[in-house]
Design a protein around this ligand. Structure first.
Ligand code: PRP
Ligand code: URA
Length: 209
């Protein structure tokens, strides 16, 4: 069973309140989403393998640790997932970035894939799928399906806000995937928006409404 981590940290709680506020403008929204992504990245990489490395400090020789050279990939679900890439890249700069484009049909709420471009060796990489919102869970599940179809085995999903409905679907559909959530909200409204949520993450990141 994959791990479920609901971030329990004062900085994340504070920053999520800032982006929930409808008065927060695009510039601040984008900056804070990136900061939250960085904090979630820190937590989601806790189990990366290490190996010994011999180093010489100005004082003496010693044995330190370095990442065991596993290949990583960050996969944002477009559009809103793009807002989390910068924060992730700051901590894992050698990761390759692939893109999966999806939008929700406003009537059925089913995700529709319109773009997919992944690193050639994606099946050999540990994958971090990022999207600020997990509402019905449809977009996350379909993106992970697409990655598994390409042979990916080690997948983590990072979101900032999840609805209980989406989290349940994700865990039932992909029980092997580690899930890292900034805040678990109350429910979905009749239009499939997370309550209390933060509105439409894509529109708020890109200023399109
Ligand atoms: C949003 C969000 C997720 C999806 C979550 O994207 O960024 O991808 O909805 O909803 P779900 O869990 O019910 O699938 P949206 O479809 O609004 O597209 P956008 O990012 O291009 O605005
Ligand atoms: N997508 C969003 O951007 N916000 C929601 O509340 C639900 C889906």
């Amino acid at each position: 069973m994959g791990k479920l981590i609901i971030m329990d940290h004062p900085l994340i709680a504070h920053k999520i309140s800032l982006i929930r506020n409808k008065k927060t403008g695009t510039r601040d929204f984008r900056t804070i989403v990136s900061e939250i992504a960085m904090l979630e990245c820190y937590e989601s990489t806790r189990d990366l393998e290490l190996e010994d490395v011999e180093i010489e400090t100005p004082i003496c020789k010693t044995t330190g640790k370095k990442l065991a050279g596993k290949k990583l990939a960050i996969i944002p679900i477009l559009r809103a997932g793009l807002g989390m890439v910068d924060g992730m890249e700051k901590l894992i700069p050698s990761a390759k970035v692939g893109h999966i484009g999806m939008y929700r049909d406003p009537k059925t709420l089913n995700p529709i894939e319109y773009y997919c471009k992944l690193p050639d060796d994606i099946d050999k990489r540990d994958v971090f799928v990022v999207d600020p919102m997990c509402a019905t869970g449809g977009s996350a599940c379909d993106a992970i399906d697409a990655l598994k179809a390409k042979g990916c085995k080690n997948i983590r999903f990072l979101c900032i806000i999840a609805a209980p409905e989406g989290l349940k679907k994700l865990q039932e559909t992909h029980p092997d995937v580690d899930v890292i959530v900034g805040a678990l909200d109350d429910h979905l409204n009749d239009h499939g928006y997370i309550v209390p949520g933060l509105g439409d993450a894509g529109d708020r990141i890109f200023g399109t409404k």
